[in-house]
Design a protein around this ligand. Structure first.
Ligand code: NAD
Length: 260
């Protein structure tokens, strides 16, 4: 039961982030949505969370590549709802290219959004969590925090980085009843996966069907995509009392990918 608690979920206008936000709201938490999109679409999702779950939801347009805006997003949660009790660092982008052609600005952008944004969010949210003596920090890492794939140098580097940040923060907060874990999905069917198919087709000289079956699902022994609802259910479990002793872990939800 998360009644009276507030969850900030970065990158929650789409995909996994939106599923996290809806799962926390279903347990009674107020929500700070974040992410890009058409204003009318974002407003529709925000209003649906409020009416479906009888909680309050606001949207922060903070750009996760801008540290000052990230601090502003945490401040928005604290001033609107009185606290930020749950922080999910989830915003992320992908870019697929051989390393020697990888555009430096794409490298910088992925490191900023997929890794540094979590650092800035955590440093802004931790003082309040420590003071109140309760908190949950969840980072969306990836199977790519544990293993690599070719042509994803920036993404794999950022995700390995966030796994290390998770462990460090967990140790620092261990005696404050604040846990910090990461969730590492395999391939989840979301716009992020759909959008990388054309570049992978080019990089590997494959058809769309070949990319889906021979690259994406080839990595997953179950031969099925993970669903956003399955990832969100794991995050919700991490917010409960039964998960109070789970901290510093990297939880795989990848159809067996990283067992190979
Ligand atoms: P998605 O593209 O559906 O959603 C990404 C979200 O991040 C969107 O809300 C988008 O607006 C937001 N976003 C992007 N750049 C931003 C920025 N600069 N500032 C603020 N928000 C920004 O992607 P998804 O698949 O739901 O991915 C969510 C997370 O899960 C990412 O960290 C991704 O790396 C990770 N992940 C995804 C998969 C998968 O297969 N889909 C697998 C493992 C990990």
């Amino acid at each position: 039961n998360l009644k009276g608690k507030t969850a900030v979920v970065t990158g929650s206008t789409s995909g996994i982030g939106l599923a996290y936000a809806r799962a926390f709201a279903s347990a009674g938490a107020n929500i700070v949505l974040n992410g890009f999109g058409a204003p009318a679409d974002i407003e529709k999702e925000r209003a649906a969370i409020e009416s479906d779950y009888k909680v309050k939801a606001v949207h922060s347009p903070a750009d996760m590549s801008k540290p000052a805006e990230i601090a502003g997003m945490i401040a928005l949660g604290e001033t609107t709802f009185g606290s930020v009790d749950i922080l999910v660092n989830n915003a992320g982008i992908q870019f697929v290219s051989p390393v020697e052609d990888f555009p430096p600005e794409k490298w910088e952008q992925i490191i900023a959004i997929n890794l540094s944004s979590a650092f800035y969010g955590i440093r802004a949210a931790v003082p309040g969590m420590k003071k109140r003596g309760w908190g949950r920090i969840i980072n969306t890492a990836s199977a790519h925090s544990l293993v690599a794939s070719p042509f994803k140098s920036a993404y794999v580097s950022a995700k390995h980085g966030i796994a290390g940040l998770t462990k460090t923060v967990a140790l620092e907060l261990a005696t404050f009843k604040v846990t910090c874990n990461c969730i590492s999905p395999g391939y989840v069917w979301t716009p992020l996966v759909e959008k990388q198919i054309p570049d992978t087709m080019k990089a590997r000289n494959m058809t769309k069907e070949q990319v889906i079956n021979d690259v994406l699902l080839d990595a997953q022994p179950t031969k099925q995509f993970v669903t956003v609802e399955q990832v969100a259910a794991l995050a919700l479990f991490l917010c409960g009392d039964d998960a109070a002793q789970i901290t510093g872990t990297n939880l795989s939800i990848d159809g067996g990918w990283t067992a190979e």
